[in-house]
Design a protein. Sequence first.
Length: 313
Amino acid sequence: MTTITQTKKRWLKVGTASFALIALGLGSSGCKRKSAQDTQLQTTISNRLAADPALQGLNIQDRVKGGVVTLTGTAQNYQQLQAASQDAQMPGVSKIVNQISTVSTPGVQAGNSGNQGNQANPRPAMARPTPVTAQTTAAAPVIRWIQVPAGTNLMVRINQPLASNLAHAGETFSGRVERTVTVRGHRIIPSGAAVQGVVVYAHSAGHFRGRSGLRLRLNQITIRGRAYAMQTSIWQKFTYARGKRSAIAIGGGAGLGALVGALAGGGKGAAIGGAIGAGTGTAVQGLTHPPEIRLPAETGLQFQLARSIQVEQ
């Protein structure tokens, strides 16, 4: 009986240890996933802080743990402190602890202007900067993000002319949104918002074959002073095929020449007239310019968002 009881106790200890190891493994896995998310958030926030023009030259540090962002460093004024908080506010951040110090430099304190012994007009003592730590955990502005879904139409007017024989792939162009975009009743993209695009394809047809074409796409939009990268559908337009039109023109010239030749000199005249007419048609095609796609400034074009974008409100 004693042996059976000891065996049960031994198995109970083994089971308890196994359960503890399994629980530890699950907890460790959860921590790794959490750490990876924090690392991604910290990388994104660090990049935003470094790219913010209002924070250039400042050493602002960020640390993320469990979705809580802690900001440290020194700013010159309260506006820079607020800018850092805005850069740290993004999806996935649950709280911002702003421990950035702002340094205020009081005026110079005048020293003793009288004569004391051999010291006349001593130099005034400079006041030491007084660091003021502003805890803005509760005062940090709450930034709301609204998603503009894929498929949203953007009616845009371009600012400069574009043409298939003058533009080239990779060239950028600018424009502005013509119609306000609303999402769930909220005005998200206002009319007049600046956009930037790129020429994806530009080709001019030859004198005898090919067709002219132009393809455009938008890649950036600026809303209330903040630029957002975006991907849109491709706007495109092509002319008719030059080869088919050349064949019709040359063949038509040959037929007309043959008719005139036949009236003038019978079968032999028809052959001569056909050759002359074909040559004339070919010469005309060689001298005429191929049709081009031309978009004057203020031309209205429609694009669609290929991917949704997050816009700050």
